[in-house]
Each structure stands twice: as structure tokens, then as C-alpha cells.
Design a protein around this ligand. Structure first.
Ligand SMILES: Cc1ncc(COP(=O)(O)O)c(C=O)c1O
Length: 418
């Protein structure tokens, strides 16, 4: 037998091997100042490409005013209690109605957090006899929801319809034996690669297989589709998505989330989603702030247009300069390099310290061992000058990477000592 905490120290988690690095540089960095493209990091002003503030709403004056007014009027306590017991309000109901209209669904249910919401929705939807079929690159909240499932689950290769169909055949055979149903889960926009889930292809399979489709569209809501209703609208299949989910943590620049679908299934979820039934309801400032943000999404299409102007400038600028952006079809812009973790750390440090650019770097195990991924998140608040500066910095970085500059032991050891 071992002491539990000793064991935890010995069996380091996937990212724990980097824990010798200081807690506020590569991991847990502190970005300070007003949220936007220009913030302070480590005492210096940086051009920031790391926030999912897609529409620039985080610091929009109307949003700031709505949040402040609501906090002054209600405080953060109101309403007290879980929605079902004592935490309901006309404003919660109003936001649900307006969200449902916006995403073209009959009904919506608010969730306090996206992550917990997804876990709990999956838990509520399936029982022992049911089968889940899910995309291999699903967000952790989907994976954790699937982990709770007591029945069978099959994973399909990322966005691969052939693999999905194979898994649907297995799932159908099994569900026929158990008398259960099938839930397919994917994302509207995948937050790391920027790929859109092949929703058109998936819903086409509904003609051959009997399943329900749950789509997590955290990154598509507000950014994709003619009206910003997301990846389903973009692909013309919103009506075929049985349950549509998004968080408020990205385009809405807030906290909270929602799930939308037919009235009947939403009624079931209201009485079954444990993360909502057994938790205090969303505070009023977040609800009133949500209403204001949604109003801006609806009435200011120029925000989404501006976002896409920046997206096109960043993505075509990088492609023209020979960078590899994978297969993104969304604002999420991964910039891929060949190199190891030491080089990634050195590049990231050089970018921050010498070019004044803050951009999240993604390393193994999130990407393969020899891949370095910088993840640029364009927003409506960025300017074309910001883009130009960034393109030049990335070209300089690439030149240094190719010349072996970032393999320097001296640099690596500096990083290790930090
Ligand atoms: C795809 C996806 N789903 C769910 C979540 C979780 O949402 P929340 O931050 O509201 O918990 C995130 C991240 O925020 C996400 O990227």
C-alpha cells in the first residue's frame, strides 16, 4: 500500500512534467489590463492573440454597462437557490426564449458552466442500454460525459464519415440487442484545429441509421453561419441537430452556457440534468449581461464581419508566407511547425519578449511529439496593423527555427531555470 498523495506525486499527469517551469509564464500566465488585443504581460505591453473574445464583446461599452447596472441592481447572489427550487426568474426565462429563437430551436435551457453542463447532459440522455458514438477529437467535457456512461461507447476517427458509419453499424447491432438508442456527439467547430464538424455528412447518415445528434458548438456560436447561429446554420443543417449546445465563454465573453432543442426533450432535461438541479442558478448579472450580448449578436452583424476580415487577413497572410494552418475552416488559426518542446518554449519566449506578441503555444501531448502549434485567435477587436505585425514576427520566428536557433542549449536552459 502507498500513501495516496505520494502516489499522486510519482504518477505525474501528462502536463505535470512541465511543472518545473514557473507557474506564471508558460502555464497560468497573468494577462493584465482591459481585455482586448493589447494587454500587459510580465510588466510589458503585448499584442494578444489568445482570447476567445471572438466578437470583441468582453470590453464593449454596452456590455460593460449592462453588466455593471445588473450587478448594482441585483448583486451576485440573486436569485438564490437552484432553478427548480427558488432560483428561477423572468430574466432567465427571457434569455432562454431569445436564445432559442436565435439558434432556431423550440426551447433552450440555461447551464451554469459549459463543461459541467455537457457532462451532465450526456449523463441525462443515455442509460445502460444506450450507445454513444463520438468524435475522437472531442473536447474534454464530452470525453468526461462519455466516461460517466454505463453502456457501450464507440469512438470514430476525427471527422471521418467512413469510420462513423462503421461505428454506427456496430452501435445499431448492439442497440437492437439491448433495446437502447444511439447518441452521436461531435463539435460544430473544433477548438484546437479549427476544423468544422462534418455536420452535413453526419445528418445524411440519419437516412440510414436511427440516432440522435448532439453538437457542442462552443466556437461556432456567434462566429459561423449567416446570422451567427453557428456551424449548423453555416452548413444548412441546423434543423437536423437534435441538441445544440454552446458556452457563453467564447463569442458571448461571459460565463454560462445553454442547450437547445425540441420542447419535449428540453422539458426532460430540465428535470434531469443533475449539474443544474443540484446547483445554484446562474446569477442575474450573467443573465442580464447575456441578454445584452445576444442583442448585440443579433443587431450588430458588423462585429462578425469585422472578425472575418481579421480572420481572412491572418489566414491568407500566413498561407501566402508558406505557413501550414492545417484544415481550419473557422476563425481558430493553428500555425504548425516541426520541432520539440524545448524549441516550442524558446519560440514562445522569443515571441513574447522580443516581438511583444502573446500567443498560446500547444505542445505534446495535445499535439504529436514533433509538432509545435501556435494557436492564433483573431477577434473583431484586432486591427489589420496587428495582423501585419504578427505576420512579420512569425516569418522571423520561422527563419530562426529553420536555422536551428531555438535548439540552443543556452536558451533551453534559460527556460528551464525560469
Ligand atoms: C468545445 C468546448 N466545449 C465546452 C467548453 C466548456 O465551456 P465552459 O467554459 O462554459 O465550461 C469549452 C471551453 O470553454 C469548449 O471549448
Amino acid at each position: 500500500m502507498v500513501d495516496l498523495f505520494e502516489k499522486l506525486r510519482m504518477e505525474e499527469g501528462a502536463l505535470a512534467k512541465y511543472s518545473h517551469l514557473p507557474d506564471d509564464y508558460f502555464f497560468f500566465p497573468k494577462l493584465e489590463g482591459e481585455i482586448g488585443p493589447h494587454m500587459m504581460f510580465n510588466g510589458k505591453k503585448v499584442l494578444n492573440w489568445s482570447l476567445n473574445n471572438y466578437l470583441g464583446l468582453a470590453n464593449h461599452p454596452d456590455v460593460r454597462k449592462a453588466d455593471a447596472d445588473a450587478a448594482a441592481q441585483y448583486g451576485l447572489a440573486s436569485p438564490m437557490g437552484a432553478r427548480m427550487m427558488s432560483g428561477n426568474s423572468v430574466n432567465h426565462l427571457k434569455l432562454e426564449k431569445e436564445l432559442a429563437d436565435f439558434v432556431m430551436k423550440e426551447d433552450t435551457m440555461l447551464l451554469n458552466f459549459g463543461y459541467q453542463g455537457v457532462v451532465s447532459i450526456i449523463d441525462a440522455l443515455v442509460g445502460r442500454k444506450d450507445v454513444i458514438v463520438y468524435d475522437a477529437e472531442s473536447h474534454a467535457c464530452i470525453i468526461d460525459g462519455v466516461r460517466l456512461h454505463m453502456g457501450k461507447r464507440f469512438v470514430f476517427l476525427h471527422n471521418n464519415l467512413e469510420s462513423l458509419e462503421k461505428q454506427l453499424q456496430r452501435a445499431t447491432k448492439l442497440a437492437n440487442e439491448t433495446g437502447g438508442g444511439i447518441l452521436v456527439i461531435t463539435e460544430g467547430v473544433f477548438g484546437m484545429s479549427g476544423n468544422m464538424g462534418d455536420l452535413t455528412g453526419i445528418v445524411a447518415l440519419k437516412k440510414k441509421y436511427n440516432f440522435r445528434l448532439f453538437v457542442d458548438d462552443a466556437h461556432g456560436f456567434g462566429t459561423m453561419g449567416k446570422t451567427g447561429a453557428g456551424a449548423g446554420e453555416e452548413q444548412g443543417v441546423q434543423d437536423q441537430i437534435d441538441l445544440y449546445f454552446s458556452t457563453f465563454a467564447k463569442s458571448m465573453a461571459s460565463i454560462g452556457a445553454f442547450v437547445a432543442g425540441d420542447k419535449k426533450i428540453l422539458k426532460y432535461l430540465r428535470y434531469s440534468v443533475r449539474s443544474q438541479i443540484y446547483a445554484k442558478s446562474l446569477p442575474m448579472p450573467l443573465v442580464l449581461g447575456g441578454l445584452k450580448r445576444l442583442e448585440l449578436l443579433r443587431t450588430k452583424p458588423e462585429l462578425k464581419d469585422k472578425l472575418w476580415t481579421i480572420v481572412h487577413a491572418v489566414q491568407s497572410g500566413l498561407r501566402d508566407r508558406g505557413f501550414h494552418l492545417g484544415t481550419t475552416k473557422s476563425p481558430v488559426t493553428p500555425v504548425l511547425f516541426k520541432g520539440g518542446v524545448g524549441e516550442a518554449a524558446n519560440m514562445s519566449m522569443d515571441l513574447r519578449e522580443n516581438y511583444g506578441i502573446f500567443c498560446s503555444v500547444v505542445i505534446y501531448p495535445v499535439v504529436p511529439k514533433d509538432v509545435i502549434m501556435f494557436r492564433i485567435i483573431p477577434t473583431a477587436a484586432h486591427t489589420l496593423e496587428d495582423v501585419e505585425r504578427t505576420l512579420e514576427a512569425f516569418s522571423a520566428l520561422k527563419g530562426k527555427l529553420d536555422s536551428g536557433f531555438y535548439r540552443s542549449e543556452e536558451l533551453v536552459s534559460v527556460t528551464k531555470e525560469m
